[in-house]
Write a protein that binds this ligand. Structure first.
Ligand code: S3P
Length: 431
């Protein structure tokens, strides 16, 4: 366990930077590359712990993956190129790895076992097992099929119709990966639109999916063909620098080549409502994914309400939005965000508890939190805990921009799950 001290001492954040590759897109590029026929080349893959666990799982499943330190090359042999792993598949802290691979492997003709870290062992997996069971899948988990360790006895599945209980790209993607291998049409409906990287990447690999609003039709079986993927920067990682720039007087930052997929830009919509000076430039597309440079300047902000269908578009950004709201004039209310309770930590509790320690005026609710902002009022320093949650760790590090004393983040090594170069980039940006 590593403690790291963050103390920006109100130094403006300046300059131009890039952030590591999008985590969701990186996972999917490895998954589709592994099950496609032919060569897939991935540039800009996030080399965070989560994606490295996905990569290691596919190596264990017998996929030929070369890494020259810059580019990943996968020599795929289609779905039949996957073979039973002699050993347990360890997903570390990665919910995306386990949930998407549960869907994928439920239709492969072999046996798989998954474990992960303490956090993964507390996160619900029944949300994946239920729809796969409806397709005839055989998956088993601890506590009535809810928790890891999970075993999967892969076999042919049958198509189904399923309505997701929550808007979740992980559930949607697990079912799509099973449906791609299943003869017939599988129909999915989600209550609100979750991130659509699986759908976009499926098309980039020559696959097809019909999308009508929040209903998806997948006809299987499908054969995919390897391609070249350039992974855009992760807006969820850029979010820490965006907020750091907005709350530290004098800041002006350009974050280059960030993914601005419409299902991921809830943060940008909220920032507009709060009066933030954030603009996009150099807009373009990489493998069906919109990309732009994001320019951020210190801004005077006002509180807002965040709820409903916007929540899935910014679910991972809520901890850093809470920090931002401490500096906005008036009240910020976040509701309809119960899903926060089943992330890497219960992010309602960890955000509220740790920001309270730093003197923030914040209160947890059943489905979110309420923050009373005090523009210009510094936070306190002291010991706070990431609880092993990368996004809580980075949010607390950014709080150190405004603190009167250093913010010492316990278990700060968790940051490497999604942003290994975070501390270095933050120091480089502090003018
Ligand atoms: C992810 C989906 C989201 C998100 C997670 C990554 C993905 O989870 O919170 O960090 O890559 O599909 P849910 O789909 O469970 O909401």
């Amino acid at each position: 366990m590593v403690d790291i001290s963050f103390f920006g001492n109100h130094k403006a954040l300046k300059g131009t930077l890039t952030v590591p590759g999008d985590k969701s897109i990186s996972h999917r590029s490895l998954i589709f590359g592994a099950i496609a026929n032919g060569t897939t080349v991935i540039k800009g893959l996030l080399r965070g712990d989560d994606c490295l666990h996905t990569l290691a799982c596919f190596k264990q499943l017998g996929v030929d993956i070369q890494d020259d330190g810059d580019t990943i090359t996968i020599h795929g042999n289609g779905l039949d190129g996957l073979n039973e792993s002699e050993r347990i598949l360890d997903v570390g802290n990665s919910g995306t790895t386990i949930r998407l691979l549960m869907g994928l492997l439920s239709a492969r003709p072999f046996y798989s076992v998954f474990i992960g870290d303490d956090s993964i062992h507390r996160r619900p997996m029944d949300r994946i097992i239920k729809p796969l069971e409806q397709m005839g899948g055989q998956l088993h988990g601890r506590k009535n099929n809810r928790y890891v360790p999970i075993t999967v006895v892969g076999q042919p599945l049958k198509p189904t119709e399923y309505t997701l209980p929550v808007a979740s790209a992980q559930i949607k993607s697990a079912i799509i990966l099973a449906a791609l291998q299943t003869k017939g049409v599988t129909k999915l409906t989600e209550p609100a639109k979750s991130r659509d990287h699986t759908e976009r990447m499926l098309k980039a690999f020559g696959g097809h999916i019909e999308i009508e609003g929040t209903t998806y039709l997948v006809e299987g079986p499908q054969n995919l063909t390897g391609t070249t993927i350039q992974v855009p920067g992760d807006i969820s990682s850029a979010a820490f620098f965006i907020v750091g720039g907005l709350i530290t007087p004098g800041s002006e930052l350009t974050i280059q080549s960030v993914g601005v997929n419409p299902t991921r830009i809830g943060l940008l919509k909220v920032l507009e409502a709060m009066g933030a000076d954030v603009t996009l430039s150099n807009e373009r597309e990489w493998n069906n994914e919109p990309v732009a440079d994001i320019i951020v300047r210190y801004s005077k902000l006002k509180g807002t309400t965040i709820s409903g269908d916007l929540i899935p578009q910014l679910i991972d950004e809520i901890p850093i939005i809470a920090l931002l709201a401490t500096q906005a004039d008036g009240e910020t209310v976040i509701k309809d965000a119960e899903e926060l309770k089943v992330k890497e930590t219960n992010r309602i509790d960890t955000t509220v508890d740790e920001l309270s320690k730093l003197g923030a005026d914040i209160r947890g609710t059943d489905d979110g939190m309420t923050i009373h902002g005090h523009p210009g009022k510094p936070l306190k320093g002291g010991h706070v805990h990431s609880y092993g949650d990368h996004r809580i760790g980075m949010m607390l590090a950014i709080a150190g921009q405004l603190s009167t004393e250093p913010v010492i983040v316990e278990e700060a090594e968790a940051i490497s799950v999604s942003f290994p170069s975070f501390e270095t980039k933050l120091k480089q940006s502090q003018s």
